[in-house]
Design a protein around this ligand. Structure first.
Ligand SMILES: [Ca+2]
Ligand SMILES: [Ca+2]
Ligand SMILES: [Ca+2]
Ligand SMILES: [Ca+2]
Length: 617
């Protein structure tokens, strides 16, 4: 009897635990932990976002009804609403957790609205490393390249799928919707489809929400500061420490040796760097003559139309290739390189997140290659991987493009945009983290002292740090970068230039521009040779040889062009500033050592006196 009672009790406790775990899981919004999809044979498990929830409204809901529903959510006080044309296209109301609201209250708030008449379903939002992804009933499906059209059509029909788009440029590529299914049910079908022998891959076309970057803080200098004449003659050039650090801030020669590189090789003007970003001010007086064949993947036209607050693409373009030695503004890294602006995302308001889709990003990368770009500068990343984006990167590499990606900046406990990433160091983000398996260049950031950029590095930008890891290829300057800004009052600064662009976002176009320089010297080189050259000629920093912070080292443009520019860092000029703490530490250590030494001496003396008193000596 007693044994049976114990067994019964055990079973009861066990059942309670299961129930409680399930209940807790629901409260915590974790019921989607088992959602997954496949990339390159790997199961990618998805975790629900703690920041966003998504409510899909019924088809036919008017704009007025949507707006009034959104207003109700806002006044309920648990969240704010993100708006964007892409979300509207999918009928998604995206709710962001309000500051000070806990996850369970946020969940309860969302659930109370999910039962409203206008709502068709709650769609899952997943979060990875600061990037959030909304699941919608739309999937990128690549059928095997040898599959005939009839068989593909049959297969699509058998899955009760609608063709949203048949890609004209990629054979057997479709965007499909599974009719009458919720997004989650459709995900299950897509996963089944992924295993189908006729299918290469099937994956969600996520709506990706990238936190707005970079994190520029502090005063901006709108106007051009006219400085003493230099080579080149662009008046802001003396401030471009990343190209040539004279030691006025940081450490002399903590730079990529650009002027020495320019002495070696002037090259041709045929190399094109694509700036894959949020659009470039193609009319900027320091960029205009460099612009070739822009493309906007967000709507398929050629106009860039960066929003007035979207200065990121214009800043990246100026670093890679602003007009150099034209007596105006800043210098680019290469005098003759051309810029191909490719817009893959934009934010809907100043400080808002980028909202785009994997299909748009893929299209942007492929179109850059098709339009003749030889270097792709990608100051973006994060989230879970995508077979479609991977396939575009493969396409770029197969077409001899050098592909450069930012390692990530979200090493920032204080930045809510980076949550739930609250601790450093942070791993290299996707797609930069593909560098071990694909010929891409992953770029981390350094500062004026040739330090790895962290929350406490000497530059004083204590709100962000570069990501690090074995995937880092090279490092490049990434703080206080002078570059082009959207002309006039738009963009980051009130003028046409910004003095403090930052992040691995800014390090990436510097590497891309240097890659263009190498390519112009060796037009027959492919991405592997260019990557090897940048790696092998970089200035080794940090621990000797390869390390997870600087990768192979901070790039050196002079040596990349076959020069022999020795690395001669000298901090004599600036020791009074950042090295104070080091100096203090050293002197403190000396004092401590002296104190310890005297104590030991006194003790020995004491012993000797005692022994003498006892008559031992
Ligand atoms: Ca130098
Ligand atoms: Ca210029
Ligand atoms: Ca401006
Ligand atoms: Ca090293």
């Amino acid at each position: 009897m007693k044994i049976i009672k114990i067994i019964n009790l055990t079973v009861l406790i066990f059942l309670f635990c299961i129930f409680y775990a399930g209940f807790l899981g629901k409260i915590m919004g974790q019921e989607g932990e088992t959602d997954y999809y496949f990339v390159d044979g790997q199961k990618i498990v998805l975790k629900l976002s703690q920041k966003y929830s998504a409510l899909k409204l019924k088809p036919g809901t008017s704009v007025a009804e949507m707006k009034s529903f959104e207003a109700d959510i806002v006044s309920a006080g648990f969240g704010t609403v993100e708006d964007s044309p892409i979300l509207q296209k999918y009928n998604i109301v995206l709710v962001r957790i309000k500051e000070g609201i806990g996850p369970s209250s946020f969940r309860a708030g969302t659930e109370s609205f999910s039962t409203r008449d206008v709502v068709e379903s709650e769609n899952a939002v997943y979060g990875v490393g600061g990037i959030d992804q909304v699941l919608v009933n739309e999937f990128i499906v690549q059928f095997k390249s040898d599959a005939c059209e009839e068989k593909v059509a049959q297969s699509i029909k058998s899955k009760n799928a609608e063709v949203v788009k048949k890609d004209e440029k990629i054979k057997n590529r479709y965007i499909l919707k599974f009719t009458g299914k919720s997004a989650r049910e459709a995900l299950a079908i897509s996963n089944e489809y992924h295993q189908d022998p006729l299918v290469e891959f099937s994956e969600p076309n996520f709506i990706a929400i990238f936190p707005k970057r970079p994190r520029i803080k502090g005063a901006d200098v709108g106007a051009q500061n006219v400085s003493p004449a230099a080579t080149p003659n662009d008046p802001l050039y003396p401030n471009q420490w990343g190209l040539n650090n004279t030691g006025s801030t940081g450490v002399k020669d903590a730079d990529i040796d650009a002027p020495e590189a320019w002495d070696i090789h002037k090259g041709s003007g045929n190399i094109i760097v694509a700036i894959i970003d949020e659009g470039v001010d193609t009319e900027h007086k320091d960029l205009k003559a460099k612009i070739v064949t822009p493309y906007d993947a967000t709507d398929g036209d050629n106009n860039q139309e960066p929003n007035s607050w979207d200065g990121h693409g214009t800043a990246c373009a100026g670093i890679a290739a602003a007009m150099t030695h034209n007596g105006l503004g800043v210098s680019g890294i290469w005098w003759n390189v051309k810029i191909m602006p490719i817009r893959i995302a934009y934010s809907n308001y100043a400080g808002g997140p980028w909202i785009t889709t994997d299909a748009i990003i893929e299209d942007g990368i492929r179109e850059a290659v098709n339009r003749g770009a030889q270097v792709l500068s990608n100051s973006w990343g994060g989230g879970t991987p995508s077979s479609a984006i991977n396939s575009a990167i493969n396409y770029a590499i197969a077409n001899n493009c050098v592909v450069v990606f930012a390692a990530g900046n979200c090493c920032s406990p204080s930045d809510p945009r980076c949550s739930p990433w609250t601790q450093c160091p942070r791993p290299v983000i996707y797609p930069a983290n593909l560098s071990p398996s694909k010929v891409v260049i992953a770029v981390s950031a350094t500062n004026e002292w040739d330090e790895f950029k962290t929350l406490t590095s000497s530059d004083g930008e204590n709100w962000w740090g570069s990501h690090s890891g074995p995937e880092v290829t090279v490092a490049a300057p990434g703080v206080h970068i002078y570059t082009t800004d959207i002309s006039g009052t738009d963009g980051y600064a009130s003028g046409d230039y910004v003095p403090n662009f930052n992040g691995t976002s800014s390090a990436t176009p510097l590497v891309a521009g240097t890659a263009a320089l190498v390519l112009s010297q060796h037009p027959s080189w492919g991405p592997t040779q260019v990557r090897n050259q940048l790696q092998n000629t970089s200035d080794d920093l940090g621990s000797s040889g390869f390390d997870n912070q600087f990768g192979h080292g901070r790039i050196n443009a002079c040596n990349a062009l076959g020069g022999s520019c020795e690395y001669t860092p000298s901090n004599c000029a600036t020791i009074g500033f950042t090295n104070f703490s080091t100096k203090h530490d050293i002197s403190q250590t000396l004092v401590n050592a002296a104190l310890l030494f005297s104590t030991v001496l006194l003790f020995l003396l004491f012993l000797i006196i005692r022994k003498v008193k006892k008559g031992a000596i």
